[in-house]
Design a protein around this ligand. Structure first.
Ligand code: NAP
Ligand code: G4F
Length: 345
């Protein structure tokens, strides 16, 4: 299908992790601003681009704004080649093994991809003497066993998982390259953010997807782990705007991006099932396999710096986020049953 975009702005962006939740929203945002976007995807035995199929362009079209290129966070030579050939003005490093529970099962791989992957990109920028702006997808998971509440840019880190440790490494190596080599490199310390495009094994989406299946008679039970953990949940579409804003400032810096509200998994369950007119207690069972060796009990961020310096603030409230996710999964199952779409697997 032929796509039309607003006038070009002469900027090129490289986005790692473009096939993920945030990558897909960020790509939409950059395209709408007139960027030429290069999205890095990794080789997979099955299609892994469902979140960006709607913006995909035939590379033979006249005005191509989105190009997909192969690479891997674990393969420094591929990252170096992309930096060398694309010479992007902005790099958004979103690619990661991003699942906290899974990071306990594959700690070495998580460190390679989520931690060292960031260093590999920074090194490629330094070696190629590229004058570009760099965004690192840092995480509230770095606060882990929080030493203060709410968490700010000054709160010390205490990671509780191999994923959290890898993100702390990536955070500090980003700061180090900024200070050592004068790179325009920023850390966005983003608290949990969700959407209908959230991966199906993260707790919010697991719940909303299960509700749609239960309502349509496709599933009887939902097995979950710790219901008492509390998270600061925002809407992903709004959070990618903060990423972009960080790279438009006069000076590079690090920012917390959060709603400032916290809710337990149990509260999310209650709100989501209630929106579908169901009592969650009839369907949910606890499976200790979903417990983590070490848990992050409470996260809540203070995003005043992002508000003051970037002019960014969250708009979607917790209850609206829950509803929009339940509604989207209901629609997706409905479309699937009508033969119009597919159930996200
Ligand atoms: P996501 O949906 O899990 O997307 C992760 C992306 O990384 C996918 O495109 C994935 O590709 C790619 N990836 C995984 N391993 C890779 C590898 N070895 N080489 C290259 N690419 C690889 O995550 P997200 O929610 O969009 O999050 C984006 C980033 O923000 C991640 O770095 C995450 O850790 C971080 N973050 C997320 C949150 C949140 O609440 N969502 C909060 C703070 C920070 P495939 O599609 O092929 O798997
Ligand atoms: O949805 P979750 O897996 O997200 P988690 O661990 O907070 O990590 C997400 O947010 C981070 C930002 O703080 C990102 F950096 C990271 O990449 C990822 O996007 O789990 C949320 C909570 C946890 O306390 C977990 O123990 O939900 C609890 N939970 C309870 N039952 C479950 C389940 N989590 C999952 N994934 N699956 C369950 O069945």
């Amino acid at each position: 299908m032929k796509t039309s975009y607003p006038p070009k702005n002469d900027k090129r962006a490289l986005v790692t992790g473009i096939s993920g939740q945030d990558g897909s929203y960020l790509a939409e945002l950059l395209l709408a601003k007139g960027y030429e976007v290069y999205g890095m995807v990794r080789r997979s035995s099955s299609f892994n681009t469902s979140r960006i199929d709607h913006i995909y362009q035939d590379p033979h079209e006249a005005d191509v704004r989105l190009r997909l290129v192969y690479g891997d966070q674990a393969d420094g030579s591929s990252l170096d080649q992309l930096v060398k050939t694309i010479r992007p003005d902005e790099i958004y490093n979103l690619g990661a093994q991003s699942h906290v529970r899974v990071s306990f099962d594959i700690p070495e791989y998580t460190s390679e991809v989520t931690g060292l992957g960031c260093l590999r990109l920074l090194e490629a920028i330094r070696e190629r003497e590229l004058n570009c702006r760099f965004y690192q997808a840092s995480s509230s998971e770095m606060y882990g066993k929080c030493v203060e509440t709410p968490q700010t840019e000054r709160t010390p880190f205490y990671p509780r998982s191999p994923y959290g440790c890898a993100k702390v490494y990536a955070y500090w190596i980003t700061v180090n390259y900024r200070e050592s080599y004068g790179l325009f490199a920023c850390n966005g310390i983003l608290f949990n953010h969700e959407s209908p495009r959230r991966g199906e094994t993260f707790v919010t989406r697991k719940i909303t997807r299960a509700i749609a299946h239960i309502v349509n008679g496709l599933q009887d039970k939902l097995y979950l782990g710790n219901l008492e953990a509390k998270r600061d949940w925002g809407y992903a579409r709004e959070y990618v705007e903060a990423m972009w804003l960080m790279l438009q400032q006069a000076k590079p810096d690090d920012y917390v991006v959060a709603t400032g509200e916290t809710h337990s998994v149990r509260e999310f369950l209650e709100a989501a099932f209630a929106h579908a007119g169901l009592d969650w207690r009839k369907y949910v069972e606890i499976d200790p396999n979903y417990y983590r060796p070490t848990e992050v009990d409470l996260l809540v961020g203070d995003a005043s710096k992002a508000k003051k310096q970037l002019g960014w603030e969250p708009k979607t409230k917790f209850n609206d986020l829950v509803k929009l996710m339940v509604d989207a999964d209901m629609q997706m199952v409905k479309d699937h049953l009508a033969g119009k779409g597919r159930v996200a697997s």
